[in-house]
Design a binder for this molecule. Structure first.
Ligand SMILES: C[S@@+](CC[C@H](N)C(=O)[O-])C[C@H]1O[C@@H](n2cnc3c(N)ncnc32)[C@H](O)[C@@H]1O
Ligand SMILES: [Zn+2]
Length: 263
């Protein structure tokens, strides 16, 4: 087995060695098993995250119904219209145009449907699917058909070398991340200059709908953002040229890693 060149030890960012079907960092004396169909960079972590919404992401029952029921339900309620995953995926692909030919990451991939479609598109050298939920990754690995490379990791400490990734997609995940600014800093670290970042989450609207968003996010214990807050978070870490599309309380937004791509 060989390891993709983009991977590194998330603890020290040093090189990894192959160890059986997994990997190891000699400097940290840490082992990262690979016997469940994905490399596990969090072998000692259980169900992490605080609040109802974030913790539900570790449920096996939810992972089973996530793609078919859970996600379409929330998209319907939040967008006030029917879900259109095909249009969403096309917009994600368009936002990742500058990453074609390079390695991309489907960050917080859940059961992995977008990562698999990105791999199937044939536009990228490699597609990693990263999540920290054992339940979600079990599904991602079971359904993978050798398409993407599922990896268990924390968005706050990614197992990728600095500037090694051409593009990152984070679908419906910002609102359950424990520390979104720290996650954005990690994304900005791993994306190469000129690379792409595209994400979707909940963002506040106005009037009665805004009140509804506030109540639901308090009950579910997840974030709803202001658009300026997202723009500021990205630009603070060198993710520039922010643009977005809105559908009710949903936002799809994208940006470019400042700097010129290496020649
Ligand atoms: C609502 S699901 C999104 C799944 C999929 N990307 C989509 O577009 O529907 C959010 C995912 O974020 C993951 N997640 C939350 N916090 C994370 C963290 N700190 N590191 C990695 N993944 C995280 C959860 O485990 C869950 O699978
Ligand atoms: Zn290490």
């Amino acid at each position: 087995m060989s390891l993709p060149s983009e991977l590194c030890c998330p603890a020290c960012r040093g090189p990894l060695a192959v160890e059986g079907v997994g990997a190891a960092c000699r400097a940290c004396d840490l082992r990262y098993p690979g016997d469940r169909g994905y490399l596990d960079f969090l072998p000692d972590l259980g169900a992490a995250g605080e609040g109802l919404g974030p913790r539900l992401m570790h449920s096996r029952a939810l992972a089973r119904v996530y793609e078919r029921l859970w996600r379409p339900f929330f998209v319907t309620v939040a967008s006030n219209g029917l879900p259109d995953y095909r249009a969403e995926f096309e917009a994600v692909l368009a936002a990742l145009a500058s990453a074609e030919g390079g390695a991309v990451v489907d960050l917080s991939c859940g059961p992995g449907f977008t990562g698999r479609k990105l791999a199937e598109s044939g536009r990228f050298a490699r597609v990693f699917g990263v999540d920290w939920s054992l339940a979600m990754l079990a599904r991602a690995a079971a359904d993978n058909r050798g398409l993407m490379r599922p990896v268990r990791g924390d968005v706050g400490r990614l197992p990728f070398k600095t500037a090694s990734i051409a593009g990152v997609h984070a679908g419906a995940a910002f609102h359950v991340w424990p520390d979104p600014p720290a996650a954005v800093a990690e994304v900005a670290r791993v994306v190469r200059p000129g690379g792409a970042f595209v994400a979707s989450t909940f963002a506040h609207t106005s009037g009665l709908r805004r009140r509804f968003e506030t109540v639901v996010s308090r009950v579910g214990q997840f974030h709803v953002f202001e658009v300026d807050q997202l723009r500021g978070m990205l630009s603070a870490h060198g993710l520039v040229d922010f643009d977005c599309e809105r559908r009710g309380s949903l936002i799809l937004f994208w940006a470019r890693r400042a700097g010129a791509p290496a020649a």
